[in-house]
Each structure stands twice: as C-alpha cells, then as structure tokens.
Design a protein around this ligand. Structure first.
Ligand code: GLV
Ligand code: MN
Ligand code: MN
Length: 424
C-alpha cells in the first residue's frame, strides 16, 4: 500500500511541498479520545454532556492556540476562523463533530475536526497567509443518538429546521437540547446560520469497507444516501405468560419481531443500495412471565435514490399495517427525521480529486452511506468530503480504528483542497 512518505517522494515538485504533521494529528486524536474513553478502547461522549463540554474545551483551546478567532452560535456550533488577507472574503471552512455514539470510536467526527486543526497548525508553521479566511467548525449533536434530529447543529445552521425546534428536542430522560446546551456553557450569542461560506470540506473515516477492500487511500465523495428515521410503537396487552392461551394473546413483541424481519427483507429487495436497520427496542413491562403489551422501536432506512427510498417507505407502512392486523395489535409508525439523497458541488469534488491526484494517492469516487454535517452544509455552500479507510470498515463501535498514515494522507488532501480554494 502507498504510504504518505512514498507519496512525498513521488509527488511532482509543482504540487508544493506543504504537508501536515501526521504524528501531531495522531497525538491530538489520542488525547481527545481520553475524554470519555471506554474500557474497550472506544469513546462515549454523548452530545451536550459534561464529557462533551470537556472535549469542546480542549479542542477550542487548541484552535485558539493555533491563532483562530472562535465564535459560538445559539446551537452550540463552534467556528474557529484564521483570518485571510482579504478580510471581506468568505471563509473556506472545514470541520465535523466531536459528539460520539454511546459506544463510539475515536475517529468518527473527531478526525474531521482535528484534521482541520492540523491544517491551521500546518499553515502557521509554514507562515502561509491565505487570501480568504480558513476555518474549522465543530457542529453540535451530529450523531443524533441523544437528540433527534441527527446533524442537529449543521441542520439549524443550514436552515433545515429552526433553532427553536432544535432547542425543544428532548432526550430519553426528558432533558431538552436547550437546557443541556446552557448547562455545559455552550449556548453562544452568534446568530445561527446566515454565515456565507466560500466552500466547506469535511474529512471523515469511510465507516464502511470499500476503500480497504479495494486498497485505496482516499474516497472522493460525490454525495450521500438519503435517510428516513421512524419511531414505532406496538401496542397489545400485558397478560400472564402461563394462563393466557397462545391464540388469545396480543403480544406486542411478536409484532415488533415480525416487523424486524419484514424490514430486513424489504432492504434486501432493494439491494445493493437499500439499507434498513432496527437499532433500538424497548420492551414493556420487560418481565419474563408477562406477555409484552408495549414495544417501542426505531427504524433507519437509507437509499441513494429518493424515489426508491419513497417506495421503501410505502413498503414499510404496508408491512406494519399487515402485521398489526394479523396479530390484532396497534402500530403507530411516525417518521421523525428525513433528508434526501445529496450530490456534492462539482467544483469542490474536483478540488478534492485534484488534491488527491497531485499528492499521488490512490483513490476512488464514492457516495457516503453515513450522515454527515456536510450533507446539510451542502444546502448553503459548495461542499464535498474526503474519506479515508477504517479497519475492517467498522464504525459506530468501540473497536473503530484507522491507520495513522491514512489519516495523515486525508489531512493532506484536505489541506490542499482548502488551499486551492483559499488562495495562498
Ligand atoms: C450518523 O452517524 C449516521 O449516519 O447515522
Ligand atoms: Mn461522523
Ligand atoms: Mn457517527
């Protein structure tokens, strides 16, 4: 496999010798990963918790040390801007998120933020002044695991929903987004959105197996799958597990179980691009000798084509209705989040492609299967993404891993894509 040092030797002189410090990037990643570190080597740093505040404080300190001016908006999004020679020019922004899944890894999101920090540090070391300002954003609650909507901070920034809507959302314990944000001291005074960007680039681990399987270092990301999220409640009747004959039951868990199978069968009918997942289920009363009267579950469906995703939505609703009728249950299925399939800006995709080629890195074009802040930022600014491989394609897992030389290579692509846009 090509390493960044191989690349350095083979890169044409005209590309400019500027490279990030991969060791420094890795050390920052490992230091941030200590905040919320789990025994299996992952990170649990849910949005707007004390650990999120500690992570933010650490990274904001690093960004300020790198000479950036920081601002925080009303959604808790952080913008760290390194001024350019043209004060009125629009900022060339990068960034990602530092909230994690409940059993998340060290790299999802964190890599994009710290690759941005590494770009600023590299420009400082080389005493490079850019024409346009360059900046790093830390978006709030990208993961959507504590608060729906997913990509909350970037969605509010892009005007996909209002700030008021976001602040009202509640976690599973009933705590509102707004209260949690104020409690950690990150409810900023800068208005949300309305910031004109020249471009937005986001570096991220792929979170799937394609780059590793094909032995490619960089994914030039051209767009992302559309997504629909649902909350589903199955209602039957609690009853005694012994005296109640099988035919007399209203077993909500039976409905939910059949639905899980139907959802997987549905996604298989839409292979290879359709995806559907039940990732969370609460059984009530959750007692071994009570027939469950209530089950709450989530559904996550994705497809690169909105027409197909709409067909999957219809099939999902039909399956729920058929199972409910067959098992004499009630099923309440509500769509709670949705974004359509996206296509990134051709000029930004080209900036990533050109940087990758100039650096001599092996690459392929790809569509993101995961949600990213870039998907919402793309609605208000020219945007694209850079993917690097992760071990065995595993993410949203404590064992998530990535090779330092790949992370370094992706950060070099980010550096050169941003420089091409910002002018130096
Ligand atoms: C975000 O991590 C998503 O794709 O669900
Ligand atoms: Mn992410
Ligand atoms: Mn994630």
């Amino acid at each position: 496999m090509t390493t960044p040092s191989d690349v350095r030797d083979s890169a044409p002189a005209a590309s400019g010798a500027l490279r990030v410090d991969g060791g420094r990037l890795w050390r920052s990643l490992m230091e941030l990963a200590e905040i919320g570190a789990t025994p299996k080597g992952g990170v649990r740093r849910l949005a707007l918790t004390d650990l999120d505040r500690q992570g933010r404080d650490l990274v904001v300190g690093w960004l300020r040390d790198a000479g950036a001016n920081t601002e925080i908006d009303g959604a808790g999004n952080i913008f760290a801007i390194r001024p350019g020679r043209e004060p009125a020019a629009r900022v060339v922004l990068t960034g990602s998120h530092i909230d994690t899944q409940p059993s998340g890894g060290k790299f999802d999101g964190n890599y994009g933020v710290l690759a941005g920090l590494e770009v600023l540090r590299t420009l400082n070391d080389a005493k490079i002044a850019t024409d346009k300002p360059v900046g790093v954003a830390i978006w709030t609650n990208e993961e959507g695991s504590r608060f729906v909507p997913v990509m909350g901070g970037s969605g509010a920034f892009a005007g996909v929903f209002t700030l008021e809507h976001l602040l009202q959302q509640r976690d599973i314990d009933g705590v509102s987004f707004g209260d949690a944000l104020r409690r950690i001291g990150y409810a900023g005074g800068t208005p949300v959105g309305g910031r004109a960007l020249d471009a937005y680039f986001e570096a991220h681990i792929e979170q799937g197996p394609v780059l590793e399987r094909e032995d490619k270092i960089v994914g030039v990301v051209t767009g992302a799958l559309g997504l629909r999220w649902y909350d589903c409640v199955w209602t039957g009747q609690d009853a005694h597990a012994g005296p109640t004959p099988m035919e007399a039951r209203h077993d909500a868990l039976r409905g939910a179980s059949r639905f899980v199978e139907a959802i997987n069968a549905l996604a298989l009918r839409h292979e290879p691009d359709g995806r559907a997942t039940v990732g969370s289920m609460q059984v009530s009363p959750n007692s071994r000798n009570v027939i469950p009267g209530l089950v709450k579950m989530t559904v996550d469906m994705r497809h690169p084509d909105d027409k197909d995703l709409a067909i999957m939505d219809g099939e999902l609703r039909d399956a729920a209705a058929a199972i409910a009728s067959d098992l004499r249950l009630e099923c309440d299925l509500q769509q709670v989040d949705h974004f359509p399939a996206s296509r990134f800006d051709p000029s930004c995709v080209d900036a990533v492609r050109t940087a990758t080629r100039t650096l001599g890195l092996s690459h392929r074009e790809m569509v993101s299967g995961a949600g990213h802040d870039a998907i919402y930022v793309a609605r208000v600014a020219p945007t694209s993404m850079i993917f690097v491989p992760c071990k065995d394609g595993i993410s949203h897992n404590e064992i998530e891993d990535a090779r330092p030389e790949h992370l370094e290579a992706g950060a070099n692509v980010l550096l050169h894509a941003m420089l091409a846009r910002a002018g130096a």
